[in-house]
Write a protein that binds this ligand. Structure first.
Ligand code: ADP
Length: 662
């Protein structure tokens, strides 16, 4: 017998399955051993039970036979007494005493051969009862003849009375000097024989029955308990001539039930064991599948990550140990790889990412990963700029880790810087152009105080020459002259300020003040074009945050466009209104003119660079205006003026610091 699995079959099995052969074989062997053990126990118990049954049945048979034989002897003794002429009185007494002690004896009857003499126990008075329990007349006749013929005692066939009670009758012939004188008969109740003579210990354990020669059951001592199908034993009662069999069948015992229960429990445990082993195997297989799927997905993940240009690194949230980094990361930061300290990489960055984005910023209040954080940093060593996207993610082992995506944005930063410088240059050019365009009006504005100064000076000179001068007049003239010089100086200062090339500065300012300043600058221009400037300043308009010069430039462009749009408008309608108001939490400025308005085909192009409908226009004004507004996080748009002309709107966010609004 081959106990080990076929080696070729074993080799053909997948490696994962081979490991399961040992536990499954062990389980099978364990089950087989338990079953064999149970079978042995069962066989042993059966043998013991059979031996007990055999012994008990023989014991019962012996007990019955011994008593019956004693009864036979007693009957034979009575027959001998009659033959020897004992007095009937003493014999009746003996028989009565004997019957009183042995209740299975229903009656003892002496009847002479001619049936003329006789006595009976009980007495003849109970004849009906006696007759009912006796064998049939024919049977008695047959017995009598048999007794006469053989001169030996005999039994009738077992019989039942009208109440179905089983009996047997014993005939002992009275033979005197070879002649038959009659017989002593003794009726035995088989029920009482069984109930009284079978030892109680045996009766309790077995279902006992008495079976006749034809196999008919005469009596059974049945307690109603369930009997075993196979633990049964029969033994013949050694009564003369009659083949009565005592049969005993074992009741089902608790041990049998216990064993069946035990077998059941063992089988259930085995099934549970096999099932759990099976499901464990399933789980391990699934785990292995999941592991290989995870491995494949990890490989895909690494391949994809290695293919991208940005550096990707995963580091422990607290220790900053690098748990993963892709090829780009290793390329950007040579010498840093898995296991090295992620904080080392960032040491030269300004600002320091671990301080700018601390771990608390990466998780929400429940401790789950929050939104990604973005930061742009400069590597002070190399001068490179990097964009960092940092977020917390759950790592394969369940802990939260810091995922950093890092892209080199040095080129973009340089382009942005170039564009910023160009934009600045453009703005300056635009301002220069505005001033150039306003040169005549500015000249006029400066000329006026200059002429006034000349006049005051001439007047002073005249007075000094005439010798009729008063000190007060001279002082007043010179003061006025100085005031005019100051006025001219202010104009020059404002123009210089307007044209100064400088870094944009954001500061809180009152938009109403800016509007007033700008209108002062353009006033003469408006006058020249016969345009009325109207200011409609909103009260309680909050301060806005922005670069003052840029906002002035923006307003100047829009107002100039408005004035230019009204060239064809009737003089009395040439009104340009500047409105300031608060709208939806923002400060809104509207420049409203009554000019020719904006044609539908022109509208989409209006803000495009170099778009102009004017002969000498540059087409950059509105484009610059939009850049300025967007730089200040505002919006610029236009609409039709209901009174004719157009309205240009722009919004600016209010300055956040309430303290600055005072
Ligand atoms: P430019 O003034 O040099 O033409 P802009 O960018 O300032 O450049 O304006 C572009 C075009 O938009 C102008 O040529 C004009 O056709 C139109 N436009 C600008 N402002 C107004 C306005 N207030 N009313 C009507 N059309 C305007």
């Amino acid at each position: 017998m081959r106990l080990l699995p076929n080696p070729t079959l074993f080799k053909r099995l997948p490696v994962g399955r081979r490991a399961w052969i040992v536990p499954f074989t062990a389980l099978a062997l364990f089950v087989a051993a338990i079953l064999v053990l149970l079978w042995f126990v069962h066989r042993h118990e059966t043998e013991i039970q059979l031996a007990n049954l055999r012994r008990d049945t023989q014991y019962a048979e012996l007990a019955i036979t011994r008593e019956i034989l004693a009864h036979q002897e007693f009957a034979d003794r009575l027959a001998g007494g009659i033959a020897s002429g004992q007095s009937p009185g003493s014999m009746i007494e003996q028989a009565r005493a004997y019957q009183a002690l042995n209740s299975e004896i229903r009656n003892v009857i002496w009847s002479s051969a001619d049936d003329m003499h006789g006595w009976s126990i009980p007495s003849w008075k109970d004849l009906t009862a006696i007759a009912r329990e006796r064998s049939s007349v024919e049977e008695r006749e047959r017995m009598r003849r048999l007794a006469i013929a053989t001169g030996r005692p005999t039994y009738t066939e077992p019989y039942r009375d009208s109440q179905d009670e089983p009996y047997i009758e014993y005939f002992s012939p009275v033979v005197d000097h070879g002649s038959y004188r009659g017989s002593i008969s003794m009726t035995l109740s088989l029920r009482t024989v069984m109930q009284r003579l079978v030892p109680v210990a045996v009766a309790e354990k077995y279902r006992l029955s008495l079976v006749d020669a034809e196999g008919r059951e005469l009596f059974s001592h049945d307690t109603g308990l369930e009997t075993s199908d196979w633990l049964t034993q029969s033994v013949s009662l050694t009564l003369p001539w009659r083949n009565l069999v005592l049969s005993a069948t074992s009741y089902k015992t608790d041990s049998l039930l216990g064993r069946t229960l035990l077998t059941g429990v063992i089988l259930i445990i085995t099934c549970v064991l096999a099932w759990s082993l099976w499901s464990l195997r399933r789980r391990v297989e699934l785990q292995a599948q999941a592991d290989s799927a995870l491995m494949a997905s990890h490989e895909r993940f690494v391949t994809v990550l290695d293919a991208i240009d940005s550096g990707v690194a995963v580091s422990d949230m607290q220790t900053r140990e690098l748990l993963f980094c892709n090829e780009s990361f290793s390329r950007i930061f040579p010498g840093h790889g898995i296991g090295s300290n992620g904080a080392e990489v960032e040491r030269a960055f300004s600002p320091l990412p671990s301080q700018a984005i601390p771990p608390d910023l990466l998780v929400d209040i429940e401790g789950n990963p929050a939104h990604a954080q973005r930061i742009e940093v400069r590597d002070e060593k190399s001068g490179h700029w990097y964009a960092l996207r940092v977020r917390a993610v759950r790592w394969v082992d369940g802990r939260l880790v810091r995922l950093t995506m890092i892209s080199d944005i040095t080129d973009r930063k340089a382009a942005e810087e170039r564009s910023r410088v160009q934009q600045e240059k453009l703005l300056l050019t635009s301002r220069l152009m505005s001033v150039g365009e306003m040169a005549s009006t500015l000249a006029h504005e400066i000329n006026q105080p200059l002429s006034a100064i000349a006049n005051y000076n001439m007047g002073a000179v005249r007075r000094l020459k005439s010798d009729h001068w008063k000190k007060e007049d001279l002082v007043s003239a010179l003061e006025k002259s100085a005031a005019q010089a100051e006025r001219a100086g202010r104009v020059v200062h404002r123009v210089r300020e307007f044209l100064r090339r400088r870094e944009p500065v954001r500061e809180p300012m009152s938009i109403n003040e800016v509007v007033v300043d700008v209108t002062e600058l353009i006033e003469l221009e408006a006058e020249k074009s016969n345009v009325q400037l109207r200011l409609d300043m909103g009260h309680d308009v909050p301060l806005v945050s922005g670069d003052r010069i840029m906002i002035e430039q923006l307003l100047l462009n829009l107002i100039k466009n408005g004035i230019e749009a009204m060239k064809q408008t009737r003089v009395q309608d040439r009104i340009l209104t500047v409105q300031t108001a608060t709208s939806g939490g923002q400060v809104e400025i509207r420049v409203m003119d009554r000019g020719h308005g904006i044609a539908a085909d022109v509208a989409p192009e209006l803000f495009s660079p170099f778009f102009t409908t004017k002969d000498n226009g540059m087409g950059m004004g509105l484009n610059i205006c939009r850049s300025i507004v967007e730089l200040h996080d505002g919006h610029l748009w236009f609409s039709a003026n209901p009174a004719g002309g157009s309205v240009f709107h722009f919004t600016l966010p209010p300055a956040i610091e309430p303290a600055m609004q005072s």
